[in-house]
Ligand binder design. Structure first.
Ligand SMILES: O=C(O)CCC(=O)C1=CC=C[C@@H](O)[C@@H]1C(=O)O
Ligand SMILES: [Mg+2]
Length: 340
């Protein structure tokens, strides 16, 4: 099958820089793809790399798009190399013509799927279960002042970045946060690979006292897999791998090396949805789907995958904390009609 192909690189300033133990992240850069088939139907896709997680860089994705010219076939799409995982995701997603934009009035042929993309407690319909949303809290003390607003919006699961301030101060803030949160709330801690063995044990000893802690995400660097496997066996608080399983080949490797706790999957950078589907159908793994702070195009494609492949009641990390200032559709219309 042959499609007309167009693409637009984009840059979007976050409303608030994202503080993680990787450092601060201010700008989301990516590429929006548009396919048009021989009947004029339109398919949209998004390439949203996170190089420091192990995906390709934006320049390499742009170079890949440039060398394609203005036509593309399904054969080309399904032969995109695994060294371009965000491109694999973006191009395969654009083939899903069930989701299109008519005159920039966002429309999808999944009942209520767009509505569910913003309402935290709405449920994405899927075959086996319904999914709620988790929302990222601001790092540090700010979390104490933000969680109530998000709770009133309907969120019941929150994620809080740790290793952003010195550990003793952070544990004091954590104690205030966990005391303030209702007992029915769930809290995820994300260290972004920034702890050492001693600090990881210190955090896990603290977490042991609180049933609201759903998991500790990526406590140690990617190369310390054995140590994380050891932690997973020592404590009752589950460990979730994120940076360690950023691409499909890493996911397969960690599974083969015996990981059976939680896998955080970021569809936007993991690679081919077709190959991910095969892996998740072959292995009954405990998955949390997570955003790459993409636009509504990549988000909807990722949520459709999450709805299809989630089969445990794990909230998806796509809570809308309004990362960007502009309204999505206005932004997209401007990007497409006024390419700079
Ligand atoms: O998973 C979520 O709840 C939201 C997404 C999220 O936390 C992240 C997205 C992209 C990069 C990281 O800063 C961060 C993560 O480490 O999971
Ligand atoms: Mg993470």
């Amino acid at each position: 099958m042959l499609y007309q192909f167009e693409f637009r690189p984009y840059r979007r300033q976050f409303k608030r820089a994202l503080s993680t133990s990787h450092g601060n992240w201010d700008i989301r850069e990516g590429i929006i793809l548009r396919f048009t088939d021989d009947k004029g139907a339109i398919g949209w896709g998004e390439i949203a790399p996170i190089p420091w997680f192990g995906s390709e860089t934006l320049p390499s994705a742009i170079n890949f798009c440039r060398q394609l010219g203005d036509e593309i076939t399904t054969e080309t799409i399904f032969s995109i190399p695994s060294k371009l995982p965000s491109c694999q995701f973006g191009f395969e997603s654009a083939l899903n013509f069930g989701f299109w934009i008519l005159d920039f009035g966002l429309k999808a042929d999944f009942p209520n799927s767009v509505e569910s993309a913003t309402n935290p407690q709405s449920k994405i319909q899927n075959l086996k279960s319904k999914i709620a949303y988790s929302c990222l809290l601001p790092a540090g003390e700010a979390a104490l002042h933000q969680w109530q607003t998000l709770w009133q919006q309907g969120y019941r699961t929150f994620k809080w970045k740790i290793n952003v301030v010195p550990i003793q101060d952070e544990i004091k803030i954590f104690a205030k946060l966990i005391q303030a949160l209702p007992t029915s709330a769930k809290l995820r801690l994300d260290a972004n690979a920034g702890l050492n063995w001693s600090a990881a044990n210190e955090w896990l000893k603290v977490c042991e006292n609180y049933s609201q802690i759903e998991f500790l995400e990526q406590p140690l660097p990617v190369e310390q897999f054995d140590a994380m496997l050891d932690l997973a066996n020592r404590y009752s608080t589950p460990i979730a791998l994120d940076e360690s399983v950023a691409t499909l080949s890493q996911l397969q490797t960690c599974y083969e090396k015996g990981w059976r706790s939680i896998f955080v999957i970021k569809p936007g950078i993991v690679g081919s949805p077709r190959l991910l589907r095969q892996f998740c159908q072959q292995h009954d793994i405990d998955v949390v789907f997570s955003s790459v702070f993409e636009t509504v195009i990549g988000r909807q494609a990722a949520l459709n995958l999450a709805a299809e492949l989630s089969h445990r009641d794990r909230a998806v990390g796509f809570g809308v904390n309004h990362w960007f200032n502009e309204d999505e559709e206005t932004w997209l219309e401007n990007l497409w009609n006024n390419p700079h």
